[in-house]
Design a protein around this ligand. Sequence first.
Ligand code: NAG
Ligand code: NAG
Ligand code: NAG
Ligand code: NAG
Ligand code: NAG
Length: 895
Amino acid sequence: MRGKEDFLALILFLVHCILLSQAVISINNGGYVGIVVAIHKNVPEDEQLVSNIKELFTEASSYLNTTTKGQVYFKEIIVAVPSTWSSKPGYEVVQKNYFPTADIKVDHPNPYHENNPYTLQPGGCGEPGQYIHLTPTFVKELHTKTLEKYGNAERHLVHEWAHLRYGVFDEYGLPGDPNYPAFYQENDKIVPTSCKQGITGWIESSGGGPCSITIDGTVNEDCRFIPDLSNEDAKASVMYLPYIPSITGFCDHTDNQLHNALAPTKHNNLCHNQPTWTVINKHPDFSRRFKRSVGFTSTKPKFRIVQSQPGSEGRYVLVLDVSRSMSVLKSRGEAAEGGLIILITDGEENVEPYVSQVLPKLQQQKVTVNAIAFGNKATRKLEDLTKLTGGKGFFFADIQGNQPTNALDSAFMDSVTSQADLEFRPVQIADTIIRLFSSKTIKNITLDKELGKNTVFTFTSEDIKDINIILVSPSGKIYDVNSPEYTKDDRIKLRLEIKIPDAEAGQWMVAILWSKFIPGVASFSLTSEPNDPRIQPVRVRSWLSDVQLKYPSHAKVYAEIKKGYNAVIGATVKATIDRPMGSPVDVLLRDNGAGPDVTKNDGIYSGYFTQFNGNGRYAVVANVINDGNAKLRRGSPSSSLIPITKFKNPADKEKKNASAAFTRDEFVVTVKPQRPNKVDEEPIEVFERTSNAGALRLDNYSPNDIDIIPPGRVTDLVMVSSEQIDEQKLVTLRWTSPGDDLDVGNASFVDLRASCVVEDIIKRFHEVDNFNESLVMKGSLDPLPPGEEQEITVEVPNAIWNAKSNSTIDYTRIDVYFSLRIVDERNNLGDLSNIVVGHFKKIPFVLLEEEPSTEWRVYVFGIGAATLLIVVIVVTCRNKGKINRCTETSLTNSA
Ligand SMILES: *[C@@H]1O[C@H](CO)[C@@H](O)[C@H](O)[C@H]1NC(C)=O
Ligand SMILES: *[C@@H]1O[C@H](CO)[C@@H](O)[C@H](O)[C@H]1NC(C)=O
Ligand SMILES: *[C@@H]1O[C@H](CO)[C@@H](O)[C@H](O)[C@H]1NC(C)=O
Ligand SMILES: *[C@@H]1O[C@H](CO)[C@@H](O)[C@H](O)[C@H]1NC(C)=O
Ligand SMILES: *[C@@H]1O[C@H](CO)[C@@H](O)[C@H](O)[C@H]1NC(C)=O
């Protein structure tokens, strides 16, 4: 019954209101529509920014068409200027605040990136990013400093767009990065990390002059590769250095743009060595459904310049799942403009109009729907509604019972403030359930120094009349039933509130007095606002990778912890998941750059959830505490582009011809430089937070006692060292251990293998030589518990790099590739890790197939009385002098 009124209400609402869009990009005949570029309120008014944005996107649209081989372009772009700017005749007046959900944000710099554009890209391969950040300086100086420093800005914009829309990663390395170094070794050569082989250029140290290298082949951090901008052969890749003029596409399988699967790029690691174009082509935008039916004749985008009215933040329409909701709606009338519907429902969908009938209309009108669903009967279609309109769903199982619900306040707050500027939103410090076992329960809670304004302590319970609260402020001030701040409604709302306009920072004591003799329960929430919007508190934002899943499957849970653009690292982050049955489970989220977490120390903590126990909704809440280990970093790293590298000493250019690979004699050999400890971080005060990540729905569940979920993938395998003592070759490898089921539980075995043929590792891993315990010199092949760093030293047997070939190509060094996968007790195999390479000196007269066999032979000769005993030591060296397979195959690695 209730479902009916709901959707009827939605329809009426749509008919009566003019709605404005939420940022949900769609594609129409190859043209992207609905892209929002929004300028932040604090950016000073400047007409030039708007005209430069138009120019930038017009150029980018044409380059996007070129690089996608004529398939897609930017068709319509909404440029949102802030309400703080003066209004202009050309601006469309809107009620919506576009900034919080914009695809491209023009905002003051993230200190880590300064004016370099970047994309916030916390998901895995093929998953979309969240937004592109451009700074006002970058846009404003488009024709001057930006051009000089970056080359054509539109090319960088297409690079960022590919991060944002298609979920591909960078194809360059970074100086000093252990996983994605700027140079790597291939046989005898030192090669700059790039997607395509053969891009020529020069190398120079940052101070001018030759670069240095350590004996084991690590290129010093201050060495830069300066590409030859006149090289016409460099056709790819946009994800490498798009400022190279000849680059007109992404790496693929064609000769001109041939992908180099060997390069240690973030893209190769996270996308399993697939070319960027292969990943992009799998995106639904390039599926037949969206392919253009008739060719477009122009790539010039249409621009709509919109300006929100002051105070248009936080406009939303609450659609209640009760018959009263209609009159609610009518009285709101015009004020409903804002495009957000908060749908509260506990109903099943059994009367028309159904979601499937409403949805196209909502999408067409670009209305966002947030749903707050109660009980298991809430319609199964809610996820379609929220997902396809860019909204978020929350779920509460227990509303019918006497149990208070966890994190209901945060769900409401998240919805009603979702269009307000972030700086002004209240912060949820706690939203939790407190069990009352005795007459007095004490809870201590810290209010951080940036907060205090409009602080609200809220308690809800069926038994609120039996509850009394005493608050003691950090300085000892007492708030109780006699204080004017104290209100209690024990009839309708069953709610007790203490509202303090200017609360003291520090540790508060909350005493909950309970007058019944049986145990009770209450929910407790604490919110507060920043004292000064210019000094931002730590804020937590959490979300789920998916809201609809079909078993068997897994979900990823994310929590971003930042103070402005600065990352908070080292916090303890736990996601609590309420399941359709039984007790909730906790999942630890980590910011360690391993497994589901694609960037280490960026303030985004990630984790897998696999512990499903039935069909239905799973509600996820993230709880964050700083137990003393958290630190604040300056800025937060993300996929960022590289400005043009220029010669420090122009004479260096004349000394050598441009080259795609370098020999060791072009470097100065030095000892390993002591890496300067230049990490910009500071301790941060104690804090705690709660954030509601929303809910997901699982279907197709089949109860299964058998473990079918494989261990997680190792994404951060590094070669710590490789050494060679005579013929003995040792390598030390390090990685972060995943778990038995993705990142949960202890797995049982590390399947480590090596080959001198990289294709064999990628395509025939199970056939190449594996390492067993007898080759382990230090550490073990038993996996450590999830999240721990594991290190192992193994001996590389000669058999791995010997044998089979009769190639006559001679190298002085041999490359051996290593990769591993984690196996669980049921023999479920984790995905293959990233690949690392060790370099060994070739030893003349390598022994093949067999170890040298030493035997003693005793010959006895009798000559008369004398018996001569001759002992002959025979050393058999079979296959002596053959050249091994590694030397040959390293030539074929680009296939
Ligand atoms: C789009 O790119 C293709 C391939 O480079 C080109 O042939 C075509 O002319 C471009 N279309 C427009 C409208 O510029
Ligand atoms: C550069 O290449 C040209 C032509 O291949 C050659 O004549 C010249 O010697 C090279 N210069 C250097 C510095 O190697
Ligand atoms: C995982 O292994 C560690 C020690 O290696 C042990 O302390 C822990 O209890 C194990 N965890 C489980 C779930 O078995
Ligand atoms: C371990 O590996 C070595 C070299 O591949 C092999 O000779 C040995 O038989 C293996 N040992 C076991 C117990 O499998
Ligand atoms: C050795 O070389 C010969 C002649 O080049 C070739 O036919 C043969 O296939 C090679 N054998 C191996 C094992 O590569």
